[in-house]
Design a protein around this ligand. Structure first.
Ligand code: PBG
Length: 307
């Protein structure tokens, strides 16, 4: 009766990894129970999740090496299977909430989120690419654009592009405070998107900084973000808390691949009890202030609370 926090299935956003082709369901080695889906198998999976009460999904493409280039030009190409999949999913499941990833890394031959010139990631050259990518996704029917790259000014540029082209109803969930974290490793394995050289520290945030997250939140709100995200979640609960106190728009948190992997590994060894530790993790993220949580645990959690 007096419980202060509850995690409900509808608070969860389930991330999906995708790969072109047919009839594929490939398990990610470092993320047991999480798969890379071809579009046809993904439709069935989405249907199952919707039956369990999960309504929101975020889609991440893996892209063949031959389609990658320095400008990530395949990201807005007519023949990009990611865009086709968004269109088909929206046709099949109009009531599902689909969120995209906007960043160059899956399409970039350098494996970076920005354009690389002389070994440096160039912020301003990246912005028009992100705008084009976002417009292509909006045209395909995406509900929420998720800029995940941390370039300065991208929320404003994307908002302008969407508004000018008539997509005023497409929202933006900004990766506001995305830290240069060691917990993205399994995700990069899943998408083969690790940087070919260097690291992401010139654009992702320093894990030591909390007040900087508030500056980022202020900028994102001024530029037109509809929701703010903190990422990763578990090592950054204090950041979720302060950003929630500071802002008056919804705050979400990304319970990332490494956080999933470490619990799964401990459970496989018999060292932790999955059914107790997993809901405790989600609860802590919600208690810290997240309105919604992106999490690979979504389906397991939905099943657990239903039974
Ligand atoms: C990159 C992106 C990353 C994740 C989401 N979008 C990885 C990165 O910045 O290298 C990580 C998510 C996870 O680890 O679950 N655009």
């Amino acid at each position: 009766m007096v419980r202060e926090t509850q995690v409900q299935t509808q608070d969860l956003i389930f991330p999906f990894f995708m790969e072109d082709g047919k009839n594929k369901k490939i398990e990610i080695e470092s993320m047991p129970g999480i798969f890379r889906w071809s579009p046809d198998s993904l439709y069935k999976e989405v249907e199952q999740c919707m039956e369990l009460g999960i309504k929101s999904f975020v889609l991440f493409p893996s892209v063949e090496d031959s389609l990658k280039d320095k400008m990530a030009s395949h990201s807005w190409a007519e023949e990009n299977y990611y865009l086709h999949t968004i269109r088909r999913l929206k046709e099949h499941f109009p009531e599902a909430i689909l969120m995209s990833d906007v960043a160059m890394d899956p399409y970039s031959s350098d494996g970076h989120d920005g354009v690389v010139e002389n070994g440096e990631i160039v912020n301003d050259l990246t912005l028009p690419i992100l705008a084009k990518m976002s417009l292509a996704q909006a045209q395909a029917g995406i509900d929420i654009i998720g800029p995940s790259d941390m370039m300065d000014g991208r929320v404003g540029v994307i908002r302008d592009e969407l508004d000018c082209e008539g997509y005023t109803d497409v929202s933006i969930m900004s990766y506001t405070a995305k830290y240069a974290s060691a917990f993205y490793g399994p995700f990069r394995d899943a998408l083969d998107s690790a940087p070919k050289s260097g690291d992401k520290k010139t654009y992702q945030m320093d894990p030591a900084n909390k007040r900087e997250a508030l500056r980022e939140a202020e900028l994102d709100m001024a530029e037109g973000a509809d929701m703010l995200m903190i990422k990763p979640a578990l090592c950054y609960l204090d950041v979720i808390h302060v950003v929630k106190e500071f802002s008056d728009i919804p705050v979400t948190a990304y319970n990332v691949s490494g956080e999933y992997a470490m619990l799964k590994a401990a459970v496989q060894k018999g060292w932790l009890d999955y059914d107790k530790a997993m809901p405790e993790m989600l609860l802590s993220i919600k208690r810290a202030g997240a309105d919604a949580i992106l999490t690979y645990f979504a389906k397991d959690y939905a099943r657990m609370v239903r039974s």
